[in-house]
Design a protein around this ligand. Structure first.
Ligand SMILES: [Zn+2]
Length: 433
């Protein structure tokens, strides 16, 4: 256990410091005073009168930022709360998260936005930002009062979990969001084509006899929203893209100047639909796990800039919900606590992605997408940092999961890369007991 409690002014020395903006990881030291990074030197040691925290052997990076977390509060506190969700975030190295609006009540009124911020202040372990709903009750019919939602602190708008089926409603929502300078996050899925599907439509759904949702259900939805973003000039962010075709559409749109960004989840980058052979209901997610070819396209898109960031789509469901027949289970898996280690293990250590690239996709990448503070190793920034042992192996076990729900297909899996703790505004929060 690292015991660095209660130091307000100090140097962190000896670490390998990750700077996502310069794309470099090198030996360095950082001075933190009153919650702010006041100095960065590219020397492994310093002479100083301040306390020195020796971080030799660790990587020190800006704290991770997740722009797609389901905190489930209010309404589904048996699955997750602001308290447990932010504790899970810190355990995964996140210092800021953005929560989604599909709660009960839906986050479609300023009072609900304010409620989440109050809960975060009272019980939150990290920073929380709120996404408000695009339409009343997520019903896709009536547009919310974006002006008041923004005033209450909403940083983005989304009906995540649902696609706004009516194109005229979506057009108006984009225009209104553009006027209020709020990005719109779209859950791209043609619900009629997807139907009551259980997984991706293809060889494996046929083999397993489960109803599939074709890649086209996502691509049709992405294509329409790209056109509407082009028409209105509004900032569109496509949530959890999962197909090779969606990657192509976004790539082309970016080339022609459409103001679009996109995210991908750790599970869509690492898990194939063939795994569903096990009928583990924790593998049921929306959008569904896709094919090897889709995974290849998503990985390429991380490197060529088509995809802007990683987002977890952390979707807690408790055991009563998930311990049912596969086809009865609700979609979603938790992801905050395994995101970094899973991608470090499957993409970085296999040589497919540089460590600094992964860090960029989890820090300055998501910060840029929603215009959030943090995510940078820069003098004058708030000292939100994560300390990682990138070589350390650990096994995902129920007992160590901080989230109230344990719905991950990774239970029992050994991963490499362990978050030791985070500094939140310079305050050390230990993760490893
Ligand atoms: Zn979604």
């Amino acid at each position: 256990m690292i015991d660095w409690k209660d130091k307000r002014e100090f140097w962190i020395t000896g670490a390998r410091v990750a700077d996502p903006e310069s794309g470099k990881i090198r030996g360095g030291s950082i001075c933190v005073r009153k919650g702010i990074i006041t100095e960065i030197t590219w020397q492994k040691s310093v002479s100083t009168d301040l306390p020195v925290l020796d971080a030799e052997g660790y990587v020190l990076a800006p704290g991770f930022i997740d722009i797609h977390t389901h905190l489930r509060e209010p309404g589904y506190e048996e699955k997750e709360t602001v308290k447990t969700g932010t504790a899970a975030a810190v355990a995964g190295g996140f210092t800021s998260i953005v929560c989604m609006a599909n709660t009960d009540p839906v986050i479609d009124e300023p009072s609900v936005v304010e409620y989440i911020y109050k809960q975060a202040e009272r019980a939150g372990a990290c920073r929380v930002y709120v996404t408000a709903a695009l339409t009343k009750g997520l019903e896709g019919q009536v547009i919310n009062e974006y002006h008041f939602l923004k005033q209450a602190g909403a940083v983005a708008l989304s009906d995540d979990g649902k696609y706004v089926t009516n194109s005229q409603v979506m057009r108006s929502a984009l225009e209104y969001a553009w006027y209020h300078k709020l990005p719109v996050i779209s859950h791209c899925e043609d619900e009629f084509l997807a139907g009551a599907s259980q997984m991706h439509e293809g060889f494996n759904s046929t083999k397993l006899g489960l109803r599939g949702s074709p890649a086209a259900a996502e691509e049709i939805a992405v294509a329409r929203d790209l056109r509407l973003s082009q028409l209105t000039g509004a900032r569109l962010h496509v949530a959890h893209i999962s197909t090779a075709g969606a990657v192509q559409l976004i790539k082309q749109a970016k080339r022609s100047g459409v103001p679009v960004t996109a995210e991908v989840t750790p599970h869509h980058l690492t898990m194939e639909d063939s795994l569903i052979e096990s009928f583990d209901s924790n593998l049921k997610v929306n959008p569904p796990l896709r094919t090897k070819k889709d995974i290849g396209a998503l990985r390429t898109a991380l490197k060529d800039g088509t995809i802007d960031c990683i987002a977890t789509d952390h979707a807690p469901h408790n055991e009563i919900d998930k311990e049912v027949e596969y086809d009865q289970a609700p979609p979603g898996m938790i992801g905050l606590e395994t995101a970094f280690a899973l991608l470090n293990t499957r993409l970085v250590r296999t040589g497919e992605l540089e460590l600094i690239e992964l860090i960029r996709l989890m820090t300055s990448g998501p910060a840029d997408v929603l215009g959030l503070p943090g995510g940078r190793m820069r003098k004058g920034e708030q000292a939100d940092l994560v300390l990682i042992d990138t070589e350390r192996n650990w096994t995902v076990e129920k007992a160590r999961i901080r989230s109230k729900s344990k719905n991950t297909p990774l239970l029992g899996t050994e991963l490499t890369g362990l978050v030791q703790g985070v500094f939140l505004e310079g305050k050390w929060l230990n993760v490893v007991p």
